[in-house]
Design a protein around this ligand. Sequence first.
Ligand SMILES: [Zn+2]
Length: 387
Amino acid sequence: MTHGEVDYILQLSGFKAGVFPFRYLAIPISYKRMTVGDCTRLVEKVGDRIRGWGAKKLSYAGRLVLIRAVLTQLHSFWTRVFVIPLTVIDRIEGVCRNYLWSGSDQYLKTPAVTWEKICNEKRYGGRDIVNARLWNQAVIGKYTWWLAAKTDHMWIKWVDHVYMKGKSWHEYIPTNNSSWTWHKICQIRDIMKPGYINGKWMDNNGFYSVSSGYQWLYGQQNKVTWCPLILTQMSIPNHSVIGWLVVQERLMTRERLLKFGFTTDGACFFCQSHLETHQHLLYECKFSQICWDLMRGWLKVDFPTPRIIAWCLKWRCKSLMKKQIVFIVIVAAWYHLWHARNVCRLEALLISPSMLLKQVKQDVCRRCKDRVWSLKAHKLPWEPTYD
Ligand SMILES: [Zn+2]
């Protein structure tokens, strides 16, 4: 159509000529590939949400919930429409990562665990945050499936007419003058090729779904053994995140800070006479040992320290409830020992072991009430008491 013809149609119809990119439902619409500049608003939006959350006041558990909410919104809206450039995904993940570890969208703290690991499912040792890069690939995988399955779809007919011209999808090679998005779709096709057996998707009864593609892209992983310890029905979210760092030995102890060159003093804050390692801080320090003795006395369960994780995983207990309560007490003890250590570091104040036990009792008993688990109603011979 010539410019003259376009002008004539506009004159007749009364419509005005627009320019690309324009916005529809806040999404920039363009006939060209999405540039990093087009997606700037998306990165800003994620940053705005984070700054608007009263960021620093939230615990790790609260931050994880909010990051999950923002990324879910992103995946259910933007990534379903566009192939997002990797630079943009990196920026969004950077904002979320910084917020998780420091409460700010700026890089202030070294992450204790890699983002890839955090994105994993809980049973594989992660925190169930969707991996934006793989999710975007899985969404694009849907288009490669439509092409592989020759779905009766207007877009497929258009692609066949413009690009493939009747060639086989699996053997088709894009030409140099094909669009960036089309090249990207062909790249994802090559990545996903091993997932097809005789033209059928290897999972989900032969039909591709974004979630099955996402799982497949993540690949085979090993379940972690410690998951039942920190993720029971009774788990206290804030404690669970600290427990998750403890079982992986990822708390930023002074031993680790020394290793990274962030400090020159590695002494334990409680006793000032040993190097602050995970093992020492949580089990071997005199202060920690007294705290554990108090826990054992309260629970009337003789668990060993420092091989407490191995003991928990092997422990045979007839009562599931008792087992879960013992587990949340152990994780609460880790949480409060770490908290006491930070109070000592920031305020030069050492709380007493009996105060630490009181804090653990308060948290655990409140949790039992929150979960409407009346211990007496279950006629347990054993019940922790709070005084
Ligand atoms: Zn010590």
